[in-house]
Design a protein around this ligand. Structure first.
Ligand code: NAP
Length: 360
């Protein structure tokens, strides 16, 4: 069983930044990178809003540089996926084994009850790591719509990653579902290949940032279906049609249409990856991990219990002492690469101070 001072679970901007800071503090952190090394930015194109890159930088390049910087200062990168944790007493225990009945991507999406059963099974084996402190930076995964045909045609016309799959849709007629920044980004990525890109959005205005909305709204290849919901994806071996329902804004009447479609890209948001921490720390109803500075009533209450000399001690600490969290897995509001990186920095500084005060 390997002993570690600081375990960082996750390798997005939060995990890598925590790694850089903890490594520079000579804490020899281990970053458990999981299967999707680099997190969500590996599936994005140009990042235009990360300070320091006036002409934008490609997401995967930015993540590679963060990884290189963390490793340069001594962070160790483990490609393992953490499958179970025990935070009940110190040192904490981490497992990396996975029963043959489930794959790592499936584990991420398990319901909490199903995960609890699996966790018991995993924990029958000896733990793989003993750790003094943990920074959880597991990020988030795309939300699925769960309409008929979605599972059947996943990878056969249905995708949750336009950046990965856009090139397969050259001269095709595709649909993007959603009205946030992800949907706008996916739409623009697809316009480089597809003949026509249709955006299906359930309301009459987008929630995405203005600049992204404008690019989409003014693009000659883009058509918008406002007040519309995708209800079915159809086809034989691959997608060839979709069913959408549109609500008339004035009369509230619903109109159903079956439209020709070669591809469907789901971009309806992300869900925090927190299942493996079920029963170990407090997690809210939407899956966000609670810390002493969470932007919620529960976070405020937790913060108040930790006030020391007028300020909150270790703000990034979860409900378990010695376990900290950062990035999209805690962030109900901002969810930007730069905010995730900042939270990773905060968590590493909190860990450093906490270890100083709590270990001989
Ligand atoms: P989001 O902002 O939560 O948007 C999700 C979109 O999907 C919303 O328009 C929502 O509709 C729609 N939606 C949700 N559930 C739905 C359902 N069941 N059926 C139909 N539509 C549904 O998620 P996101 O776009 O992934 O963005 C997440 C965060 O990452 C945001 O803070 C965003 O700014 C950031 N981000 C930034 C960039 C960038 O800066 N380049 C790129 C991507 C993401 P409603 O609007 O009606 O709720």
């Amino acid at each position: 069983m390997k002993k570690i001072k600081v375990a960082i679970i996750g390798s997005g901007p939060a995990g890598y930044t925590a790694g850089i800071y903890a490594a520079r503090a000579k804490l020899k952190p281990t970053i458990f990178a999981g299967e999707e090394i680099g997190g969500q930015l590996m599936f994005t194109t140009e990042v235009e809003n990360f300070p320091g890159f006036p002409k934008a930088i490609r997401g995967p390049v930015l993540m590679d540089r963060m990884r290189e910087q963390a490793e340069h200062f001594g962070a160790e990168l483990e490609p393992h996926f953490i499958t179970a944790v025990d935070f009940s007493h110190q040192p904490f225990r981490l497992w990396t084994q996975l029963p043959s009945s489930v794959s790592a991507p499936e584990l991420i999406r398990l319901k909490q009850t199903d995960y609890s059963v699996l966790a018991k099974q995993i924990k029958q084996q000896p733990a793989d790591y003993l750790v003094d402190s943990v920074i959880i930076a597991t990020g988030a995964v795309p939300i699925r719509l769960h309409v008929p045909g979605e599972d059947k045609f996943m990878g056969r016309g249905v995708s949750v990653c336009a950046v990965c799959d856009a090139a397969f849709f050259k001269d095709k007629n595709v649909y993007v579902i959603g009205g946030g920044d992800s949907a706008m980004e996916d739409t623009l990525a697809l316009t480089k290949f597809a003949r026509q890109v249709n955006v299906v959005h359930r309301r009459a205005n987008f929630r995405a940032s203005k600049i992204m909305c404008e690019r989409v709204l003014h693009h000659p290849k883009v058509k918008i279906f406002w007040n519309s919901q995708l209800t079915e994806i159809m086809g034989e071996t691959v997608v060839n049609k979709i069913r959408i329902v549109t609500k008339d804004e004035k009369t509230d009447q619903l109109k159903e249409r079956v439209l020709d479609a070669d591809g469907v890209f789901l971009a309806i948001g992300h869900r925090p990856v927190s299942g493996i921490f079920t029963n170990e720390i407090q997690i809210d109803d939407h899956g966000y991990i609670l810390t002493r500075k969470s932007l919620s009533a529960a976070g405020l209450q937790l913060g108040l219990t930790a006030v020391d000399k007028g300020v909150i001690a270790y703000p990034s600490m979860t409900t378990s002492a010695g376990v900290f969290a950062a990035g999209d897995v805690v962030d109900v509001r901002y969810k930007q690469a730069i905010t995730a990186a900042a939270q990773g920095c905060e968590a590493a500084l909190d860990v450093e101070r906490w270890l100083e005060n709590n270990q001989s």
